[in-house]
Design a protein around this ligand. Structure first.
Ligand SMILES: *[C@@H]1O[C@H](CO)[C@@H](O)[C@H](O)[C@H]1NC(C)=O
Ligand SMILES: *[C@@H]1O[C@H](CO)[C@@H](O)[C@H](O)[C@H]1NC(C)=O
Ligand SMILES: *[C@@H]1O[C@H](CO)[C@@H](O)[C@H](O)[C@H]1NC(C)=O
Ligand SMILES: *[C@@H]1O[C@H](CO)[C@@H](O)[C@H](O)[C@H]1NC(C)=O
Ligand SMILES: *[C@@H]1O[C@H](CO)[C@@H](O)[C@H](O)[C@H]1NC(C)=O
Ligand SMILES: *[C@@H]1O[C@H](CO)[C@@H](O)[C@H](O)[C@H]1NC(C)=O
Ligand SMILES: *[C@@H]1O[C@H](CO)[C@@H](O)[C@H](O)[C@H]1NC(C)=O
Ligand SMILES: *[C@@H]1O[C@H](CO)[C@@H](O)[C@H](O)[C@H]1NC(C)=O
Ligand SMILES: *[C@@H]1O[C@H](CO)[C@@H](O)[C@H](O)[C@H]1NC(C)=O
Length: 652
């Protein structure tokens, strides 16, 4: 580039920037939303689905939708001029659709202006994703919110259908009940928020025609200089879908200090820097070919995910994993979702799971899921070390398990072959494995902040470490990957693996705590009997392992179920106790199955196994809740949400 051309472009750029600097407007418009808009937004526990932003992800399973908070912010902040005489102003119009998932309706949604992009921890329920217990009422929250509150959470709340203006607190400085307009109706509700520099007005209604809030407020002093705008929402015990279907924002930030000084001291150096950056990029592009576009997108994902502690899984670059696995050379195994390779990171062996092409669709869900499961830490879970989602790849990195999966050991009599390890697991090891799986499951169900359902408990998902301790793998991921797997769409994949599926899952298509327990029961039968549930039809007149075991129990010969390979060398009381527990877990009525807590207590000998009927009861649907039912931790899984409309498989 010649010198004169350089000067010309410099002048042109300066003029352009000058024009922008003078106008100082900040506008954007989303007439509707689609997946491409993900790059324009900062989504935290929010997704774009069905042409709308859904603040707090819309998941099929109501128990996972409970107690969540989320935010969706426009990716770039705007600035209020601090020393201005002219007032900054903006108008924002958006269409909300809040529809209830439980009969009570959930918590609500808010339009927010905030200096902070990070969602406060524990801001679910009453906090609306605005503040949490420690930031409520504190200036560090740096947030002004227009709340659309659909629940009377405090005596100070007017009712369960009001609009309020909140400043750094969940208590509104002013609020107004909506009479004829019902927020939780599933209808379009158009809202206009108007700020002229002094007065903040909120209009609601079909055409945003009803004025509900009119309050004098100096946003410039309430907010930091850099402000993000967007939405937050939360769910509690009761849930709802919070959709934003369209959103328009136009702001005029009219601060003009001294245009001439500004021109000289800010714009010119900025242009020079920009110009050299441009020249540098151009030069780089010429030498190196294409500029990697993905990088920009990836930053957003990182922002979502960096919330955990130092043990949280990290994001890996594809290049890093290619190097670690010598370009995916040593295959460890292959499964429904993809292939597992051996790799070395910092001289430590790792298992690298690379998803197949079919499984890569649900990328956004996948990342949300990684953030949930990544923080789980238990001695009986395979630890997730990190993930990679670059170009078209989805990859998970787990710690390496030197021994193989459980199925390789317990079914050795059934599939003899070169792969078979001829060690028969002795009773002590089998008991320890069962105990380990129960502990892992109890941790997933009751021990972590958010309940995690495993959804696919089976022998091949249980790894054994060098001391034959059970390590449960693949937790939580089955759902996100399967739902988007268009090519093999079937019931089986929604709820697990045949043979391990509870009878009701064929009807409900839902994974629940009880379907996990059922699969656990089948697994226990497998470990004790050394038979796989899949092979029963060939070897046996009974179609399922459960039927066969129960039949033996009816004939008072339950110990006949125990693997013959043990040559009678096992603890009879333990075996009987474990088998009865397994049958109780496989009870056709989900209400009659014990909780993981109870199962664990039975295994540690604290309580006797549950009583089970002599003959296997037949499967009835809808299942009856027994009158004497009062077991703790179960009530909310089978509480109000059971007969709700989203038990159907349709759609989401
Ligand atoms: C949600 O949080 C409330 C308290 O804030 C708690 O009582 C309830 O059990 C939680 N529900 C779930 C599903 O975690
Ligand atoms: C906001 O809307 C009002 C009324 O429609 C209009 O007078 C004002 O100029 C608008 N302000 C901005 C920043 O667009
Ligand atoms: C929620 O929807 C159900 C029907 O799906 C309806 O019966 C119930 O009244 C609704 N609740 C509220 C608070 O709108
Ligand atoms: C509130 O959120 C902040 C920021 O995310 C966090 O540091 C703090 O621990 C949270 N407080 C509670 C009570 O969860
Ligand atoms: C939230 O903060 C306000 C002060 O802004 C305080 O009056 C109120 O008690 C707090 N609410 C809760 C539930 O802690
Ligand atoms: C609101 O959202 C619900 C759930 O996504 C949908 O069924 C309903 O049709 C929507 N309403 C309108 C007016 O678009
Ligand atoms: C609801 O709003 C969306 C987006 O603004 C629009 O496309 C749709 O037609 C509206 N639906 C109804 C029933 O008004
Ligand atoms: C909203 O606007 C439309 C078109 O401008 C009009 O037909 C409709 O009657 C208006 N609704 C209300 C409640 O004012
Ligand atoms: C949520 O439900 C649990 C038990 O199901 C109850 O203890 C708690 O008080 C409820 N929380 C709210 C905020 O309603």
């Amino acid at each position: 580039m010649g010198f004169s051309a350089m000067v010309k472009s410099l002048l042109l750029a300066t003029l352009l920037l000058g024009a922008i600097a003078q106008a100082r407007c900040f506008t954007f418009n989303f007439p509707s939303f689609n997946e491409d808009n993900e790059k324009d937004l900062i989504l935290e526990y929010s997704v774009i689905k069905h042409d709308a932003i859904q603040v707090t992800d819309d998941v099929t399973d109501a128990s996972l939708l409970k107690n969540l908070s989320g935010r969706a912010l426009y990716k770039s902040p705007f600035r209020f001029g601090s020393k201005s005489k002219d007032k900054a102003s903006f108008n924002s119009t958006f269409v909300l659709n809040i529809s209830n998932k439980t009969n009570q309706g959930g918590e609500g949604l808010a339009f927010i202006l905030t200096g902070r992009t990070d969602l406060p921890q524990n801001s679910h329920g009453q906090w609306l994703g605005i503040v949490n217990e420690s930031t409520n009422g504190s200036a560090t929250a740096k947030i002004v919110a227009v709340e659309f509150d659909t629940r009377k959470s405090y005596p100070e709340d007017l009712d369960d259908n009001h609009v309020g203006l909140d400043v750094n607190s969940i208590y509104s400085i002013t609020q107004q009940s909506l009479q004829s307009i019902k927020l939780v109706s599933g209808d379009n509700i158009t809202v206009k928020v108007e700020y002229d520099g002094e007065l903040l007005k909120v209009f609601v209604g079909e055409n945003a025609s009803t004025l509900v809030i009119s309050e004098t407020i100096d946003l410039v002093t309430r907010l930091p200089e850099k402000v993000y705008v967007g939405f937050s929402a939360s769910t509690g015990n009761d849930t709802q879908l919070n959709c934003v279907k369209s959103w328009e924002f136009s702001g005029l930030d009219l601060y003009k200090e001294d245009p001439n000084l500004l021109w000289v001291w800010i714009i010119v150096p900025a242009v020079l820097v920009l110009f050299f950056v441009f020249v540098f990029l151009y030069w780089k592009w010429k030498c190196k070919g294409e500029v990697p576009v993905e990088e920009v997108e990836d930053d957003r994902e990182v922002e979502i995910c960096i919330q955990g502690s130092s043990t949280a899984p990290r994001k890996f670059r594809l290049e890093e994993l290619k190097a670690a696995t010598e370009n995916f050379k040593n295959k460890l195994g292959e499964g429904g979702f993809g292939t597992v390779y051996e790799g070395f990171l910092e001289n430590k062996a790792v298992a690298v799971k690379r998803f197949s092409r079919d499984a890569r669709e649900g990328k956004q869900d996948f990342i949300a899921e990684v953030t949930t499961i990544g923080n789980l830490n238990h001695k009986n879970l395979v630890k997730l070390l990190g993930w990679c989602s670059e170009r078209n790849e989805l990859i998970l990195v787990y710690e390496f398990m030197p021994n193989k999966s459980l199925d390789k050991f317990i079914f050795c009599n059934q599939n003899p072959g070169p792969e078979t390890d001829q060690i028969t697991l002795n009773w002590g090891k089998r008991y320890r494995i069962i105990n380990g799986v129960a502990q892992a499951l109890d941790y997933l169900h009751n021990g972590c902040e958010k309940r995690v359902l495993h959804r696919d408990i089976k022998a091949s998902n249980i790894m054994l470490d060098s001391e034959f301790n059970a390590r449960l793998g693949d937790f939580g991921l089955a759902r996100t990957i399967h739902c988007s797997d268009q090519t093999h769409h079937s019931t089986k994949e929604v709820a697990g693996t045949p043979g391990y599926m509870a009878p009701e899952s064929i009807l409900t298509w839902r994974a629940t705590v009880e379907t996990d327990i059922y699969a656990f029961g089948v697994l226990v039968l497998e470990v004790v009997s050394g038979r796989s549930p899949g092979d029963q039809s060939k070897k046996n007149k009974y179609t399922s392992l459960v039927d066969w075991a129960w039949e033996n129990y009816s004939r008072e010969r339950i110990l006949d179920v125990v693997d013959l390979h043990l040559n009678g060398d096992f603890n009879k009381e333990e075996a009987e106790c474990v088998l009865i527990l397994a049958l109780a877990c496989c009870h056709p009525n989900p209400y009659q199955r014990p909780s993981t807590k109870t199962a664990l207590r039975v295994l540690t000998g604290e309580v006797a196994p549950p009583l089970i009927p002599k003959a296997k009861p037949s499967f009835m649907w809808p299942a009856m809740e027994p009158p004497s039912f009062n077991e703790d931790s179960k009530d909310y899984t089978f509480g109000g949400d059971q007969p709700s409309p989203f038990a159907e498989p349709s759609g989401r």
